[in-house]
Design a protein around this ligand. Structure first.
Ligand SMILES: Nc1ncnc2c1ncn2[C@@H]1O[C@H](COP(=O)(O)OP(=O)(O)OP(=O)(O)O)[C@@H](O)[C@H]1O
Length: 247
């Protein structure tokens, strides 16, 4: 099945149809239909092995879908190379660390901005990004001396320095202190004033701080998609998290 043609006026940024990824006999993502509107902030949740990371990897081109379609701003991108998808405007912060201890915060953000802009403009972009991640005062600090949370913000800064339209964040609050989680929620809400985001997260309190609509994956399929309060009260969601607390 192909995706119906969309135009920017439809307000749809990203759409998948029948998106499926098989690894041998394992169907990691199964016939997923997903729609994200311009400037939407969506949370993706689901138990371990539900298919969230595989879904992200297909959106960024790291994995080529077995079948199905992905459209970004109406253009088909399923199976395109990661660099081509990044150029179209999808950026990702994975859980894999992507920073160098010996470089400063500013150098990281500047290097990311420099991929898109000439030197002078890159410096301006870096300054804006440092303010957005609330790290202007730590701009000259070596990343190796930062806390776990601060390093995560640097990585978020590197993604936004590339100026993508859609930002994918894989467990941005994992391992953070309570104060860092609060600050991360604030940073994400601020980014969402100008960018769309999809956030994979396990921390339900954090999800409550940022989410409006939540999509729940289970066994490769979309189990529920609804407002955050409705999703967290849903018995089916409680059942798939059996043994875990869903606040
Ligand atoms: N490269 C791979 N080869 C084989 N099976 C895979 C591969 N990647 C993922 N899987 C399987 O696909 C299913 C979905 O995995 P995935 O990592 O996408 O889930 P997830 O929702 O991101 O889980 P988690 O929350 O633990 O990160 C799992 O059964 C997993 O074992």
């Amino acid at each position: 099945m192909t995706i119906q043609e969309t135009t920017p006026s439809d307000g749809i940024l990203l759409q998948t149809r029948d998106l499926t990824m098989r690894f041998g006999g394992v169907v990691a993502v199964s016939e997923v239909d997903f729609t994200l509107r311009e400037l939407e902030l969506r949370c993706l949740i689901g138990p371990n092995g539900a298919g969230k990371s595989t879904f992200f990897k297909m959106l960024t081109g790291q994995l080529k879908p077995s079948t199905g379609a992905i459209a970004f701003r109406g253009a088909p991108i399923a199976g395109d190379e990661p660099h081509a998808i990044a150029r179209r405007g999808i950026g990702i912060k994975t859980q894999v660390p992507n920073v160098f201890d010996g470089l400063s915060v500013r150098e990281h953000v500047w290097l990311a901005a420099r991929r898109q802009h000439l030197d002078r403009k890159a410096r301006d972009v870096a300054d804006e990004v440092l303010a957005r991640i609330r790290m202007t005062e730590l701009a000259d600090a070596q990343v190796g001396r930062l806390s776990h949370g601060q390093r995560q913000w640097v990585e978020i800064g590197m993604v936004i320095a590339g100026d993508p339209e859609l930002i994918l964040l894989d467990e941005p609050a994992a391992g953070m202190t309570h104060d860092e989680v609060l600050r991360t929620a604030e940073i994400i809400r601020d980014i969402n004033r100008t960018k769309a985001l999809i956030v994979v997260e396990h921390d339900m309190q954090f999800i409550r701080m940022i989410a409006k609509t939540v999509t729940v994956f289970n066994q490769g399929k979309v189990l529920v998609e609804a407002g955050v309060d409705q999703v967290l009260a849903d018995q089916r969601v409680r059942d798939v998290y059996l043994g875990k607390k869903v606040h």
